[in-house]
Ligand binder design. Structure first.
Ligand code: ADP
Ligand code: ZN
Length: 784
């Protein structure tokens, strides 16, 4: 037997290896194996099995890694699609589908010694005092880890061994699963009676799941009783594949659930998941990394993972230790966990069979991976669901233009939840013209008089306030008022940010750190009155402490969130009312639920507007809407102050009126004119290197190659590429980052799969100077 193996080094091809006799029973498609490659031993993934090979002198597989195939055939197929569509080496795509912790052999299961009570004699055994302590604990617990037992009994292993000698207990190694949530006390929850718009939405999702279940090739599998009211036996269903076998490919089953925060989307997710479990299928829930708070996880665990169903929900995100990630993943692979909640890469979780994928906050940028493979988890979710006959629900209060457009064009089904569940009104949003405030104060104040007044009121009424500014540090730049000198990063084309507490200048791109100069370092200047311009969260915090010394104020941004527990601790304090004012970056903008917050202040709303990115307006609209949604979730109506220097910008005005449709219509018009997504598709080629000349020269070379796509020499343009628009090469908006110069070429087309195919071909034949590399980003999200 021959195994075709994709090695974990990007060679863009696969290699054949012999399967030695003794390994035949273990090697299957998806197995991870170690193979010889030249003088090295390299891990790889078996992608196919064959009877014979076109090559002779094959080497043999050295060993199989792990006891079970790691990549299911379905996920393997998905990796292939990613390689093709996102124009990257298949090896790179394959690597992405397995967490590092699972690929690394070392991070295996952890075995620990467990002590188990063997038999309880009728007569209480005669024991020493220390032995008695151990015995009492065991009588109560029956079985527990040795380390825990020793801690509780305050003794040494020798004491326990004596009990073992008398055959009272057994000591044996056992796999001990690392459970990141073992310390949580989670109370079970039951399904809530839905309101009419929720009922309508859920019915459509469930109907699609039913249709796909019947048409799919899946045989009915073990039933897992859903927790809560929906449990019990499910009605029997016809065996997969027969009843509707004549139906062709099922129609698209992607839903966009559009509803403001608090409109009951999560409750719909929970009940749709319960339905998937009844069908004997599993579910994947994607949430942005930043929203993976204990609060979010808890809601899913409470419904499905309490009581007897302890392991039903697995969690995958970057704050877990490698060991925890390893164990959570294997829980899924072994089918013990049927629901996965995680960040971007959880879309590759080996849930099988898969019935439902939820992508919450589908408009979030973090779903896009910014290194190869540059995939978009939302789009991968849709492709995966199609391959596996599953249903996708995208949820958002501010859908991406792409998803909304797909609804309008019949690709997705739009489900709307127009109101908050508790009938609460949307917060009152006031836009404050900061130009007036600046005029009155002869300088730019951090707080307008209106916002100051509002904060004072909240402090008096013992209500809470959130102040939002999307920029950490103290001030954005260090500038000399005399000569205009600005402290810049030597590696990147951005100014350094002043961090006052730490007394340093810091680059937010490459993390370069520099001391704060005492006088202006510009030659011939030396002005000692060098000062700082622009505002960061540190400065906001400091200003609050000065203005409201009695207020308890806390800051939450990447600088204050250094340790694993900081985030949950501060949010816990805020929830408990131990903090009056929370200052933060986008870290506090998402998905948090605090009933006592009645005021939200957005310090500088235009910050994202004036960026060279066609999505700048969309991002501002989304951010303002999201942040505003933090206000007034309790009994008191919320109030939001948006401070802006361009108060009449449409993104700000539509956000003020909570008018998504209005924003969408005018934004789409602009995108259509310029053929930007969703009216067209974009691919971004970024060339980078240390020599600007070489980068520029190479970019021009690539441009000439691209021109051939439009009209190959001696031919007319191939039909599909008539609409290809090539812009550039041009310096990237961030010309220099981490010492590399960057040039970009932007491509716009209507048919992306065709373009990525052509790009892959072009890349394969391309020779660039050694010091220059090119990244291909299909459907880019970040244009810098
Ligand atoms: P979203 O995900 O849209 O922000 P949630 O599902 O979190 O909304 O709902 C907001 C709050 O309302 C939650 O506390 C939830 O338990 C509750 N809720 C949801 N649906 C209902 C309902 N039909 N009746 C009463 N309360 C509900
Ligand atoms: Zn830098």
């Amino acid at each position: 037997m021959i195994a075709r193996v994709s090695l974990e080094i990007a060679l863009r091809r696969e290699f054949d290896y012999l399967i030695p006799e003794e390994l035949v029973s273990q090697v299957e498609v998806g197995s991870r194996v170690q193979v010889p490659f030249g003088a090295r031993k390299i891990p790889g993934c078996v992608t196919a099995l064959a009877e014979e090979s076109a090559h002779t002198n094959l080497k043999a597989i050295l060993k199989v890694i792990g006891t079970q195939s790691m990549v299911t055939p379905k996920v393997l197929q998905l990796a292939r699609w990613i390689g093709e569509y996102y124009c990257c080496a298949p090896e790179t795509a394959l690597k992405a589908v397995l967490p590092e912790a699972v690929r690394q052999e070392e991070a295996g299961f952890r075995e620990r010694l467990f002590v188990r009570l063997l038999n309880v004699p009728a007569e209480p055994p005669k024991l020493s005092r220390r032995q008695q302590d151990v015995w009492n604990i065991l009588l109560e617990r029956r079985e527990l880890a040795m380390t825990e037992l020793l801690k509780l009994a305050k003794t040494t292993a020798a004491t326990v061994r004596k009990l073992e000698d008398r055959s009272l207990v057994e000591i044996a190694p056992q796999i001990s699963e690392r459970d990141p949530y073992s310390r949580e006390q989670i109370l079970p929850s039951t399904p809530i009676t839905l309101n009419p718009s929720q009922v309508g939405a859920l019915a459509k999702i469930v109907a699609a799941m039913e249709a796909r279940h019947l048409t799919g090739a899946q045989a009915p599998t073990v039933r897992v009783g859903a927790a809560g009211g929906t449990g019990g036996e499910t009605p029997s269903k016809p065996a997969g594949g027969d009843a509707c076998a004549t139906l062709a490919k099922p129609t698209a089953a992607t839903f966009l659930l559009h509803g403001v925060t608090g409109s009951g989307k999560t409750e719909i997710y929970l009940q749709a998941i319960a339905h998937a479990l009844e069908q004997g299928r599993g579910a994947i829930v994607l949430v942005p990394e930043i929203a993976l708070t204990p609060q979010t996880v808890e809601r899913f665990k409470a419904r499905f993972s309490s009581g007897k169903l302890q392991t039903l929900v697995a969690v995958l995100h970057s704050h877990l230790s490698a060991g925890e990630r390893h164990d959570e993943w294997h829980k899924i692979r072994q089918g013990r966990a049927r629901i996965v909640i995680g960040a971007r890469s959880a879309i590759f979780a080996p849930v099988d069979p898969l019935g439902l994928v939820i992508v919450d906050e589908e408009h979030e940028q973090t779903y896009k991976q910014e290194e190869a493979p540059r995939y978009h988890a939302r789009d991968v979710a849709i492709v995966r669901a199609q391959m596996e006959n599953a249903v996708v629900v995208l949820g958002s209060a501010t859908p991406s233009l792409e998803s909304y457009y797909n609804c309008k064009h019949g690709k997705y089904t739009l489900l709307e939840l127009p109101e908050r569940v508790d009938d609460q009104k949307m917060p009152h949003v006031r836009v404050v013209d900061m130009r007036q405030a600046a005029h009155a104060e002869k300088g730019i104040p951090i707080f307008s008089p209106q916002l100051k007044e509002a904060i004072t009121q909240r402090l008096e009424r013992k209500e809470q306030t959130i102040l939002f500014l999307n920029r950490r540090g103290y001030s954005t730049a260090l500038q000399c008022p005399k000569c205009g000198y600005v402290a810049e990063c030597p590696n990147c084309s951005v100014s350094l940010t002043y961090h006052r507490l730490e007394q340093k200048l810091c680059c937010h791109i490459c993390a370069h750190v520099a001391p704060v100069p005492k006088v202006c370092p510009a030659e011939k200047c030396g002005n000692p009155a060098i000062r700082f311009s622009g505002t960061g969260t540190q400065k906001v915090e400091e200003a609050i402490k000065k203005l409201f010394p009695q207020a308890r104020c806390h800051r939450m941004d990447a600088d204050t969130m250094k340790r694993k527990d900081d985030y949950r601790r501060i949010l816990g304090d805020f929830r408990a009312g131990k903090i009056d004012i929370l200052v933060g970056t986008q870290m506090i903008a998402k998905g948090l639920h605090f009933p006592n917050v009645t005021l939200v202040g957005i310090i500088y709303a235009d910050s994202a507007l004036h960026q060279p990115d066609f999505r700048a307006g969309e991002r501002t609209f989304q951010l303002l809407t999201q942040v505003a949604g933090r206000a007034g979730r309790g009994d008191v109506e919320g109030e939001v102050f948006v401070q802006a220097f361009t108060p009449f910008h449409p993104a700000i005005q539509y956000a003020r009126r909570h008018d998504f449709q209005g924003f969408y219509d005018q934004e789409l018009e602009f995108r259509e004119q310029l053929k930007y997504p969703p009216a067209g598709r974009v691919a971004l080629l970024t060339l980078k290197g240390r020599s600007e000349d070489k980068v520029k020269f190479s970019a021009e070379h690539v441009k000439r190659e691209l021109d051939k796509l439009v009209a190959p020499a001696g031919e007319t343009a191939t039909a599909g590429f008539k609409d290809l628009i090539i812009a550039g090469p041009a310096p990237a908006p961030l010309l220099k980052a981490e010492t590399y110069y960057r040039y970009q070429i932007m491509l716009r087309t209507r048919s992306m799969s065709k373009l990525s195919h052509a790009l892959a071909k072009m890349v394969a034949g391309l020779t660039l100077p050694d010091e220059v590399t090119m990244a291909v980003d299909i459907d880019p999200v970040n244009l810098f």
